[in-house]
Design a protein around this ligand. Structure first.
Ligand code: PMP
Length: 431
């Protein structure tokens, strides 16, 4: 497979953009090759500038649950553009979108749109602090909640990949209010609450850890978070930037049967447009300006084009529950296929899965937290990534990311991927 044009573009890109990319995980630095530049994509397939085609399991890092360039979603977007791209005024579609989200989350009452997952988590924490009049927050090792200062502590995703878990540039005065616990470890949360419980404004958690590979939260862990938050009147925030509307239409609420006080949503509610939202119970959301004193704003928040595509995406998901069934079947097939390959090849690696999120860890299981995840053999993963890419299957260029399935992945795509998984594993182990 030739990457001549991508390589030339990369040479040009690094002159003008740090590392040649606008987000670190796109760089492929971690796997030691030049990044591919995308040209177009349709369904489950993405084509690079050299006209190589791949089955895509990045899917824009999650939001494209119905695949790339879905015509059902984008139908009518031309007329929307013709009628104006941004008004700086309230619009009807923002109300419709907010209602759609509230209807999907029986635990919450109000929605504030923002432009990214980072903004959603950053704002939700400010609101939780304003509401509780407390300073500290609890997050978990290996969970990534975007790149705002107070959350870039023992973080996941690119921060693990590039070894900058707590970034320079983040003042220690800020991170002193971020308490970090071990994921899936109830005793560790108890310890932190015994020490600081009266000053903890919020717990923020990925119910399925999606940024240290896939590490599902245990049922009793998620239930315990609810319990301790009730006890200390702490706000429980589910960061569902990856899991929202993906685990099921009612997201973690249905998956775990646990009600959060606030939820952070991101890319998935924009079907690939730059969108995020924080949502919560009325009494909490009423501290937000202009009703209350906590300031949070955004010129392009609730942008009509983003709302249009996001709303169509959610409506399709709401009206077609069979999509979730099909996604689970596809993921199940992929999971079983990879597990069978591992067995056939006598390799003791671990496959973690939650709904349509799948991850092959290059280590023996179980993988239940950050410490387990980082023991994976990253060199092997990187070699595996390259073998898969050469065979036309694009997975995340990092061990610490998920494979994202979409409804557009066909049975043939999955079967081909399983075959490539087998061949790639053989190749990197000389079997
Ligand atoms: N929270 C989670 C759980 C995420 O996975 C991400 C990014 N993948 C974010 C927050 C940040 O979202 P964004 O990149 O849109 O700022």
């Amino acid at each position: 497979m030739k990457h001549t044009k991508s390589e030339a573009l990369y040479k040009e890109a690094v002159k003008y953009i740090p590392g040649g990319v606008n987000s670190p995980v796109r760089s492929f630095n971690s796997v030691g090759i030049s990044p591919i530049f995308a040209k177009k994509a349709h369904g489950s397939r993405i084509t690079d500038v050299d006209d190589n085609e791949y089955i895509d399991y990045i899917c824009s890092w999650g939001p494209l649950m119905l695949g790339h360039s879905n015509e059902e979603i984008s139908k009518g977007i031309g007329e929307m553009i013709a009628s104006g791209t941004s008004f700086g005024l309230a619009t009807e579609i923002e109300v419709e979108m907010a209602k759609l989200i509230v209807d999907a989350y029986p635990a919450i009452d109000q929605v504030r749109m923002v432009n990214s997952g980072t903004e959603a988590t950053m704002s939700a924490l400010r609101v939780a602090r304003g509401f509780t009049k407390r300073n500290k927050i609890v997050k978990f090792e290996g969970c990534y909640h975007g790149h705002s200062d107070g959350l870039l502590v023992k973080s996941g995703s690119g921060t693990i990949t590039f070894g900058v878990q707590t970034s320079p540039g983040v003042p220690t005065d800020i991170v002193k209010n971020t308490l970090v616990c071990k994921y899936n470890d109830i005793e560790d949360i108890k310890r932190v609450f015994e020490e600081d419980g009266e000053d903890i404004a919020a717990i923020i958690v990925e119910t399925i850890g999606g940024n240290m590979g896939i590490v599902p939260g245990k049922q009793e862990f998620i239930e315990f978070l609810r319990k301790i938050c009730d006890e200390y009147k702490t706000v429980l925030i589910f960061d569902e930037v990856i899991t929202g509307f993906r685990l099921s239409y009612n997201s973690s609420l249905e998956y775990f049967g646990v009600k959060p006080d606030m939820v952070c949503l991101g890319k998935i509610i924009g079907a690939g447009m730059p969108v995020g939202a924080y949502v919560g119970k009325k009494e909490i959301m009423e501290v937000v300006s202009p009703v209350g004193p906590v300031y949070q704003a955004g010129t392009l928040s609730g942008n009509p084009l983003a709302m249009y595509l996001g709303k169509r995406n959610l409506e399709i998901l709401r009206d077609n529950p069979q999509i979730y069934e099909a996604l689970n079947e596809k993921a199940d097939k992929l999971e079983q296929g990879i597990k069978n390959n591992l067995k056939k090849l006598n390799l003791n690696y671990t496959v973690n899965r939650a709904g349509s999120l799948v991850c092959l860890f290059f280590k023996e299981g179980p993988v239940e937290n950050y410490d387990d995840a980082i023991e994976s053999n990253v060199e092997k993963y990187n070699a595996y990534f390259k073998e898969m890419l050469d065979r036309g299957v694009l997975i995340g260029p990092s061990q610490f990311e998920a494979m994202f399935l979409s409804y557009a992945h066909s049975d043939e795509d999955i079967e081909y991927t399983i075959t490539c998984n087998y061949e790639s594993l053989r190749a990197i182990h000389n079997l």
